[in-house]
Design a protein around this ligand. Sequence first.
Ligand SMILES: Nc1ncnc2c1ncn2[C@@H]1O[C@H](COP(=O)(O)OP(=O)(O)OP(=O)(O)O)[C@@H](O)[C@H]1O
Ligand SMILES: [Mg+2]
Length: 428
Amino acid sequence: MTQAQGTTGRLLADRYRLGEVLGKGGMGTVWRAVDETLGRTVAVKELRFPGNVDDDEKRRLITRTLREAKATARIRANGAVTVFDVVEEDRRPWIVMELVEGRSLSDAIRADGPLPPRRAAEVGLAVLDVLRAAHREGILHRDVKPSNVLIADDGRVVLTDFGIAQVEGDPSVTSTGMLVGAPSYISPERARGQKPGPPSDLWSLGALLYAVVEGRPPYDKGSAIATLTAVMTEPVDPPKVTGPLADAIHGLLIKDPVKRLDEPGVRELLKEAVNAPEAPDAEETRMMAIPADPQPTPTDARPLSFQQEKMLGALRALTNAATAKSDPEPKLKPVAVTSPFSPTRTSGFPPARAPLSDVVPRRTLVIVVTVVVLAVLGAIIGTAFAADRAVSGQRPGASHASGMPDDRVADLLQHVQTGQPTGHEHVS
Ligand SMILES: Nc1ncnc2c1ncn2[C@@H]1O[C@H](COP(=O)(O)OP(=O)(O)OP(=O)(O)O)[C@@H](O)[C@H]1O
Ligand SMILES: [Mg+2]
């Protein structure tokens, strides 16, 4: 129990101690509370009526809420929020229900973006289970939308807010004449004022799935009237997903409820989507082959002089020698990289051996090798000059403008590269 929930909050029905506000919606406020009789934490939804509702209408809404809460309690599904109690206070109904520690699906999408297709299909299946159980009891939800789906911290998916649900064939409850629900998720037949049935909830599930994978609902034109008009008349932009999940969304968003995908049909497609291999997450860390050194671009390709070519060859030889020494047995060296793109996952990566430059930064390697080569060259050239001087009896630099003929340098570099004695050495 937190401080906020201690003994200071309002006590409801002599039993439920209100704590912090969990959220506010169009119909009221949801509170965290403590059931002091049973000593457990619960959620309490306080229903507020719009200002233009008269007393008679309020009476009817309270009656309806109480009856529907009872009906909701009949739904047997793991994914249905459990309603514990409904109490009336301040001439308003307060619904006491199971507290779901987590966040709503709409908050999750807002914070983290669209769900991957497989998770979206799992959420769809969980909501479908609750709808099937409710429809079997003759109950329509009528407000299936992302803010009414709660994702518990342990991953459980819970459908809440049967508050505006209507029990079929209940003569004591008259229609309020209000269209309740979120326009972006209301089915075309409900928007037209026709009597809704189970297909209407399935349309809303299709709109929810669309929003979950796209990050926006299929219809959202700014105002309720414009959105409802689009729901009734306009085709939907195809979602970016493909495969069975896309088929499910298309089938559920068929405007004619008779032709709309039914519960067994959507169940099969969602199961297929759950079992489909997941495309790899672009952000996930995995092992992959390092691509070969990129070929120089035309701007990089400046012709090398003969001496530069030779110098480069020597550097390469040194690098190879260093690698061969430190790793005589070529073996797979895993290199963990985070890929910014989504390559297709293959069953086995080619056993690539990470070159030395993947372990030591390439620039560091070049500097080290250059220093080594220059030191070796310095030593060799020094030795060669000394030998030349000994043979010719001349001072260094007097025989050639550069101090040594090109073929001599080349030979010395070859010596570094191969470790073999040069012809000149042989001669001298
Ligand atoms: N049983 C619950 N356990 C935990 N948090 C809940 C529970 N029910 C609702 N909430 C939180 O309270 C927030 C407000 O819920 P509420 O149903 O009042 O508003 P809404 O769903 O956004 O809009 P609407 O009134 O149209 O349903 C939800 O988004 C959710 O974060
Ligand atoms: Mg709600």
